[in-house]
Design a protein around this ligand. Structure first.
Ligand code: AMP
Ligand code: MG
Length: 339
């Protein structure tokens, strides 16, 4: 039977009677986006699209590792000792990322950019390039040397960050979530309160659908080998709630019989290999859902559940067992949403 997750309170205004679901889609941040909202026939599609694209473009201009001119890439390329005042959004995401790096003892690490590139998950070389080979131990050791986020001096009050030299920030595990939050907030400023915003699979729902129901979303389930039971379907009412999922099955490659996913453990320099198929996190803010789902994926089930419990995080862990079946673990906060 489908598991249904619902926030404690469904409250607030209901969309007006003539409202219908409006939809816009597009591409940004190397992925797709989609926004649904409740409005009448004269919905302001052009204005809404322009507002959405402005927010997504801002995140790309500040935080993309694929754009050499982004604020993040300019910081990454700056010589040791360079001090820069970061733009507001970048500083906000950096502060959150550094907090989670400390809280997760480095399982989440925004300074893992050199490792990400080495394993072929950055802009170039890509793991999909012909002839691409994973790095050897010496290369991993060399890259690890530049991944200490504590070496980065950052003053949140002045937004000034100092490049310690060779440190490469990568916000791929948190920026999409932030982009979702920004888009939803901007729509709110336009008077659009009933929205479902999605960027690359990370979602935030606010208000209600025109039919008075919450925005229902089915969680993605990891693939399972034939002969094994599929995990239970999970449906979430995204009412003032966001969800993000990290998994070992979406971006990964096979090498020498090993499956190398794009979630890297910055403490070892290796792709994670503890059999966690996916972690979904529910949180009021998509930035935190996104960042925590990555952190918990890297931590692994045992340490991840303990970490999530310590911080009251609602998470669903799906573990691939040695016999190929999938088992689920819900944290207490997630159990509460399941009623
Ligand atoms: P996500 O899909 O949100 O889990 O983000 C995965 C992406 O985040 C990867 O493609 C890398 O660019 C980056 N990444 C990988 N491992 C980590 C990590 N341990 N901490 C922070 N970012 C990471
Ligand atoms: Mg993430």
């Amino acid at each position: 039977m489908t598991r249904v997750l619902v926030p404690e309170q469904i409250a607030g205004a209901v969309p007006w009677l003539g409202a219908r679901v409006q939809r816009l889609r597009g591409e940004s941040m190397g992925t797709t986006w989609q926004v649904l909202w409740a409005d009448g026939d004269a919905a302001r599609h052009d204005e809404v699209r322009a507002a959405i694209e402005a927010e997504l473009d801002l995140v790309v201009a500040q935080m993309s590792t694929w754009l050499p001119t982004s604020d993040l890439e300019r910081f990454n390329a700056a010589p040791a000792g360079t001090r820069r005042a970061l733009p507001e959004a970048l500083a906000e995401v950096l502060a959150a990322a550094l907090w989670l790096a400390d809280a997760s003892s480095g399982a989440f690490n925004p300074a893992a950019g050199a490792l990400v590139n080495l394993w072929g998950f950055g802009p170039a070389p890509r793991y999909t390039d012909p002839g691409f080979a994973p790095p050897d131990a010496a290369a991993v050791q060399a890259a690890l040397a530049g991944t200490d986020w504590r070496a980065l001096r950052f003053d949140a009050a002045t937004r000034e960050a100092t490049q310690p030299g060779g440190l490469r920030l990568d916000f791929s595990a948190i920026a999409k979530g932030h982009a979702v939050d920004r888009v939803a907030r901007r729509l709110g400023e336009l008077g659009i309160a009933h929205t479902l915003v999605e960027v690359g699979g990370e979602l935030l729902g606010q208000g209600l659908r025109p039919d008075g129901m919450p925005w229902w979303v089915d969680l993605e389930t990891p693939p399972v080998g034939s002969g094994h039971a599929r995990p239970r379907a999970t449906r979430v009412a995204l009412h003032g709630l966001s969800v993000a999922t990290s998994g070992d099955y979406r971006r990964a490659y096979l090498h020498g019989g090993w499956r190398l996913p794009h979630s890297l453990d910055p403490r070892t320099g290796q792709p994670v290999a503890h059999g966690l198929a996916s972690v979904s996190v529910l949180h009021a803010e998509c930035l935190w859902a996104d960042a925590w789902s990555t952190a918990l994926t890297v931590a692994g089930r045992e340490a991840g559940v303990a970490l999530a419990e310590a911080h009251g995080i609602a998470a669903l862990f799906v573990q691939r067992e040695p016999d190929g079946c999938l088992t689920e673990t819900l944290t207490s906060a997630m159990e509460r949403l399941a009623g």
